[in-house]
Design a protein around this ligand. Structure first.
Ligand SMILES: [Zn+2]
Length: 321
């Protein structure tokens, strides 16, 4: 299921259902827009044995859903276990020369291709220049401008864009398993980027745990708190989601401390650590700190400066204004 991006879905449907299928496509757009999911959908449509591709029920579609199709290879430009190294490109070239196992096509998906090291990118060029008839290469990149021009010029570029607010809310409701009220709120905050919306819905998906941050605060571990905020500082929407998650935990602690029971965040450990370390007055002060931090962030405050301010204000310095 692809949300929004109707022209992309149309391009995929036409290419996979008989119109001219090219040898290489580059799906580009910011992180969180679902480029890898779209490339995987395209691969499924290319290899599908059904009539309306992808049919979702043929043996090929089933194998792809199980992650066990012999004619799909996934590699990445990032330094992880699937990194596209020169050695891996050599293996790809050897593999590309062999006919597909199941059908008449092979698909290579190479994600984050803007991060490929130059030797690997140059090795890949040869394959892009002279691909065997049965090969389709699907590349993804967060930023088209950072892809080597020599790679870019050999691909059909396909832009992936944020979806409308209503469609985003529907997607978040289905994918995040949340109520329409919650999904609407997240949709309004994520600007149509479903991946970011899901991060807003699930603080446990954040790169730093809000609960751990609260525990660090209860132990006055100022350095750890600042380091955690710095880890989030290159993505403003994720940073804001983190502040919101912290706000909920402080609000829970203040509510519990004054005899209330209904938790917003549902994190008893974080609330207990905060209650054990701070008075109600201090908790309310810290809620004001977070509230002001979110306003400053929305007003385009400098994030590293804001992180330092949040840390020192939460740890103890009185809040100005
Ligand atoms: Zn199928």
């Amino acid at each position: 299921m692809i949300y929004g991006n109707a022209s992309v879905v149309e391009l995929i449907d036409r290419a996979a259902n008989g119109d001219r299928l090219c040898h290489a496509y580059l799906f580009y757009g910011e992180k969180g827009l679902g480029k890898k999911a779209i490339a995987a959908y395209f691969a499924k449509a290319i290899l599908c044995g059904g009539k309306k591709r992808p049919c979702g029920v043929c043996p090929s579609c089933k194998k792809i859903e199980a992650g066990a199709h012999p004619d799909i290879t996934c590699l990445s430009g990032t330094a992880d276990k699937n990194e596209l190294t020169v050695a891996n490109v050599r293996k790809l070239k050897a593999d590309a020369a062999v006919y597909p196992n199941d059908g008449d096509k092979k698909v290579y998906i190479i994600s984050d291709c803007q991060k490929m090291q130059a030797p690997a990118a140059n090795a890949l060029l040869k394959l892009l220049e002279e691909p065997p008839e049965h090969l389709v290469i699907l590349l993804t990149a967060d930023d088209r401008g950072h892809v080597l021009p020599t790679i870019l010029s050999r691909c059909i570029p396909v832009g992936i864009f944020p979806v409308g607010e209503d469609e985003c809310a529907r997607a978040l409701e289905v994918l995040g398993g949340v109520s329409s009220e919650v999904s609407r709120k997240a949709s309004a905050a994520c600007g149509g980027n479903i991946g970011k919306g899901l991060a807003l819905l699930a603080p446990e998906c954040l790169p730093v745990s809000p609960d751990d941050f609260c525990l660090m605060l209860s132990k006055h571990q100022e350095y750890g708190m600042l380091a955690s905020l710095n880890k989030l500082s290159n993505d403003k929407q994720v940073y804001r989601a983190f502040l919101e998650a912290l706000f909920e935990r402080f609000r829970d602690a203040a509510v519990l401390k004054s005899g209330g029971k209904r938790l917003l965040a549902g994190s008893k450990d974080a609330a207990a650590a905060l209650i054990g370390s701070f008075t109600t007055k201090q908790l309310l002060e810290k809620i004001r700190v977070l509230s002001r931090a979110m306003k400053d962030l929305d007003a385009n405050a400098n994030v590293p400066v804001l992180s330092a301010w949040i840390t020192s204000s939460l740890v103890g310095a009185p809040v100005k204004n």
